[in-house]
Design a binder for this molecule. Structure first.
Ligand code: GDP
Length: 524
């Protein structure tokens, strides 16, 4: 594997050959040449694996300048003083043109500028936002370095992402996942024959791989759904997938409400690529059922599988793209919505954002083999009539999908999972729990013929054993009260017959339920 290139800990031979592919140049372009301390390393590396020079790079969803996008979202913007003026940039970039004169270059040489003696040496080096000529004489508190601190902390911690792939078997899910992340995640996959598949139930399998690129670690989990749509009877075959997603939410909810909330493992599914067959006429009933059942639990991104089996006209025009989206809307299915871009974004950004939205459903081609096309080695599929290139935007939307998933919207997918889908689950759970507590309280009220109107959260959960004891105690209290009443009745009658003119003091009466209980306890 080449230096600095994408590194997967579950690597395989196939992966190595792919990583070495000349087309996989993004990682090479930004390889880190520094072996210095961690801080320095982090500061010298772009925070995202995004290729700075990539023509496909779409700036992130939450408005930023093009230059900043190239520098990375969290990285402080290089002060404009540190950039060469456009004219000078053009000059220095061209070999035939004369270089900058000494005087000109001294303008940009910070080492010659004395740093204010009152200001401590910055640990952020050239990425200190105050490290420019303009700020030299001024005093600052220093909180403009907060983004640096956040960046450093998150890089240290690493990132995680869980992607689910669903759809009929044979639509190219595993090939696409391997192509997307340049790993071989399906080494141990066992394919079933037709007979075995008749009664097959949907399985959920999970593969986790640790990938490292440019010093940034990503724990990638792929959740697959083998058997989905394969059986003769596929009624409710989406159920186990929905249950799996709920289980992950439940686990997270439990962990979050537990004592040790520090090291919670987040297995919530952040995105589901749903593969639609290119062979039918739009959506099949199973596709509609699946998406309807899951659209409020997970971010669904529809994928038009094996796009090389359709002509461009079929993909673009009536057949699929123009047909699938209206159908999805007609059934009230809410697929993942890309965040709107701000009105003050530049036109380039707006156009790329528009193109991305237009690409839904992404028409993709997957391949894990490297072939030679026009003297270049590319990832593609070789047919007798030609080659389809996976990473060629004229052939399919693979690059758009990968950029969206990894470079531009991974964080947004995670945010929507946390803020919308998980919040919905959590609210639903809390509602159910509250209902249960109210029911329990009402039941207790009936049993004890009493009850204090505590606010719901104050009422402690009553265990079976405690419940039993309370009932026994109530029974004893009632029995004691009856005995006491009959006893006092008897005494009263005796006294009346002995001294008819005396007026005896009445026995103490319990006013409140707790007094009743105290009195009964005394009687016991
Ligand atoms: P899965 O069962 O959905 O995981 O599908 P696989 O990834 O195992 O692919 C099934 C078959 O389809 C394999 O023979 C692949 O080589 C082939 N395949 C995968 N992706 C594509 C594609 O984009 N186009 C075409 N024509 N075939 C593909």
């Amino acid at each position: 594997m080449e230096d600095g290139a994408h590194e997967a800990h579950a690597s395989s031979d196939e992966h190595e050959s792919l990583a070495a592919s000349p087309n996989h140049h993004d990682a090479e372009q930004h390889s880190c040449h520094s072996d210095d301390s961690e801080v320095e390393n982090i500061m010298q590396e772009p925070p995202h694996p995004a290729g700075r020079d990539s023509p496909d790079l779409l700036p992130g969803p939450r408005g930023r300048e093009p230059d900043r996008a190239a520098e990375g979202k969290d990285r402080p913007h290089t002060p404009s003083q540190l950039h060469l003026p456009a004219a000078a940039r053009a000059q220095s970039g061209s070999r035939s043109e004369p270089r900058l004169s000494r005087r000109q270059s001294a303008e940009f040489d910070l080492s010659s500028v004395p740093i204010s003696p009152t200001r401590p040496k910055s640990p952020w080096g050239p990425f200190d936002p105050y490290n420019n000529n303009e700020d030299q004489g001024k005093e600052y508190v220093g909180f403009a370095t907060l983004p640096n601190q956040v960046h450093r902390k998150s890089v240290k911690k690493g990132f995680d992402f869980t992607l689910m792939v669903a759809g009929e078997s044979g639509l190219g899910k595993s090939t696409l996942v391997n192509s997307l992340f340049l790993t071989d995640l399906y080494k141990d996959r066992k394919l079933l024959n037709a007979e075995e598949r008749i009664t097959q139930t949907v399985e959920i399998t999970k593969h986790t791989v640790d990938i490292e690129e440019k010093g940034v670690k990503l724990k990638l989990t792929i959740v697959d759904t083998p058997g989905f749509g394969d059986a003769v009877n596929n009624t409710e075959c989406w159920k186990s997938v929905a249950d799996y997603i709920d289980q992950q939410f439940e686990q997270y909810f439990r962990d979050e409400s537990g004592l040790n909330r520090k090291n919670i493992q987040d297995n919530r599914v952040h995105c589901c690529l749903y593969f639609i067959s290119p062979f039918g006429h739009g959506l099949r009933p199973l596709d509609v059922e699946f998406m309807k059942a899951l659209h409020e639990k997970v971010n669904i991104v529809p994928i038009l599988a094996k796009a090389d089996t359709l002509t461009p006209a079929e993909v673009k025009k009536k057949k699929f793209k123009a047909r699938l989206i209206p159908e999805i809307e007609q059934y009230g299915i809410k697929i993942y919505q890309f965040p709107d871009c701000d009105s003050d974004e530049d036109d380039d950004f707006k156009q790329q954002d528009h193109q991305l939205k237009e690409s839904i459903p992404f028409a993709v081609i997957g391949s894990n083999t490297v072939v030679e096309a026009k003297g270049k080695r590319v990832r593609g599929r070789l047919y007798p009539w030609g080659i389809v290139e996976v990473e060629n935007s004229a052939h399919c939307d693979f690059v758009k999908l990968r950029n969206m998933l990894v470079r531009t919207h991974m964080q947004d997918l995670k945010d929507v999972t946390r803020e919308t889908h998980y919040e919905n689950y959590r609210a639903h759970c809390i509602q159910n729990m509250t209902r249960m507590v109210v029911k329990e309280r009402n039941r207790n009220k009936l049993t004890r013929e009493s009850g204090t109107d505590f606010p719901i959260p104050v009422v402690p959960a009553v265990g079976d054993e405690t419940e039993k004891l309370i009932r026994e105690k109530d029974e004893e209290v009632r029995h004691a009260e009856q005995q006491r009443d009959s006893h006092s009745q008897h005494e009263h009658e005796c006294e009346q017959s002995a001294a008819p003119h005396e007026n005896p003091e009445p026995p103490p009466r319990a006013e409140t339920p707790s007094e009743q209980r105290d009195l009964s306890d005394e009687a016991l």
